[in-house]
Write a protein that binds this ligand. Structure first.
Ligand code: C2E
Ligand code: MG
Ligand code: MG
Length: 330
């Protein structure tokens, strides 16, 4: 009750110099001796509860529970393993085809990172990429991804592109552009065969120059895709400011087609928007023939998803390229 009262009181608007200012508060509590027998342990428990309140969006109160400690401990152990993963050669890349919705022909592959650790097994990138970002490991890991993907793409027919996911922290690294130039030079891959995928989250750290760096990426002849389109927090105004070539419609809008009328409306509106602005558009997460039929009927050019192929190891991507045509019926 006290925690909620503190939040409520602090969250009332403040009038300062004729401006109305809003601040928020988050509270985490721990109770001794149950949650800690020393001041240090008690504060650490309260801190873990506070992180949970913030993770949930703030403005709330959380009480310490032992499972918070278990999670934090898991993260710590995983982070230690992640620090050694590069040198222990535990990373690999899978490649998922991006196909022409009409013909089913492969136009490119998206490189997707996999971590296989002796202790944790195969860890999802959705779990370890955020951890790598927090631990400042994403820069060296991302460099490995870029170099490996460029080298692999050189084995493919010259019309086939490779897409690499890049997080905002990588763009903020002063060496980012040099790294990309060097990866292209070492592999001999022409810049126009490389596509960099960024999410709307790069606009959250505006002012750090991340978005500006993308102009230079484009100037090098590299393609730029906006990944997970429609799920971020940004406004549409960045579409004017950013030299994007491709919008990737998030799976979120595709997965309930044809059951969800609103998802169909949104998807068709995004396709229209992209085409009117001169962008290519890729539908992500296509799993069924109905979804593909809907996309074709709405003139969506490109598609990606389990319906065509799951992400596959490099040697299987080669075999797939030899047989070229993926399913285009429906
Ligand atoms: P993403 O870039 O949006 O990649 C698409 C994700 O959707 C992949 O998950 C892919 O396996 C999954 N997917 C594709 N088609 C289907 C489908 O039909 N159905 C379903 N249910 N899922 C589908 P994955 O490989 O687990 O990667 C998750 C995310 O991790 C990626 O989302 C990307 O944001 C991030 N990621 C992966 N590799 C890298 C990397 O090298 N660097 C960075 N910074 N992030 C990466
Ligand atoms: Mg992606
Ligand atoms: Mg995506």
């Amino acid at each position: 009750t006290l925690g909620d009262k503190i939040i409520e009181t602090l969250s009332r608007p403040y009038e300062v110099d004729q401006h109305t200012l809003y601040i928020g508060a988050s509270v985490g509590t721990a109770i001794g001796p149950r949650d800690g027998r020393t001041v240090e342990m008690l504060m650490r428990s309260a801190d873990l509860a506070l992180y949970r309140s913030k993770d949930q969006g703030g403005g709330s109160h959380s009480q310490y529970e032992p499972k918070l400690h278990v999670h934090a401990e898991e993260r710590r152990v995983m982070e230690i393993a992640l620090r050694k993963a590069l040198e222990n050669d535990e990373f690999s890349l899978n490649y998922q085809p991006v196909v022409s919705a009409d013909s089913g022909g492969v136009v490119g592959f998206e490189a997707l990172l996999r971590w296989n650790n002796p202790e944790f097994g195969i860890v999802s990138p959705a779990k370890f990429v955020p951890l790598a970002e927090d631990a400042r490991l994403i820069v060296p890991i991302g460099e490995w991804v870029m170099r490996t993907a460029c080298k692999e793409a050189m084995k493919w027919p010259s019309a086939v592109k490779v897409a690499v996911n890049v997080s905002a922290d990588q763009l903020n690294d002063p060496e980012f552009l040099n790294m990309v130039v060097s990866a292209l030079q070492d592999s001999d891959l022409p810049a126009h065969r490389l596509e960099i995928e960024v999410t709307e989250s790069i606009f959250m750290s505006e002012g750090t120059g991340a978005a500006g760096k993308l102009d230079e990426v484009i100037a090098m002849g590299i393609n730029l895709s906006l990944d997970d389109f429609g799920t971020g927090y940004s406004s549409l105004s960045y579409l004017k400011r950013l030299p994007v070539d491709t919008l990737k419609i998030d799976r979120e809008f595709i997965k309930d087609i044809p059951d969800s009328e609103s998802d169909m409306q949104i998807t068709s509106a995004i396709i229209n928007l992209a085409q009117n602005l001169g962008f290519k558009v890729v539908a992500e997460g296509v799993e069924t023939a109905e979804q593909l039929a809907f996309l074709k009927a709405n003139q969506c050019e490109l598609a990606q998803g389990f319906y065509f192929s799951k992400p596959i190891p490099a040697h299987k991507a080669m075999i797939l390229l030899e047989s070229q045509q993926l399913r285009s019926r429906a």
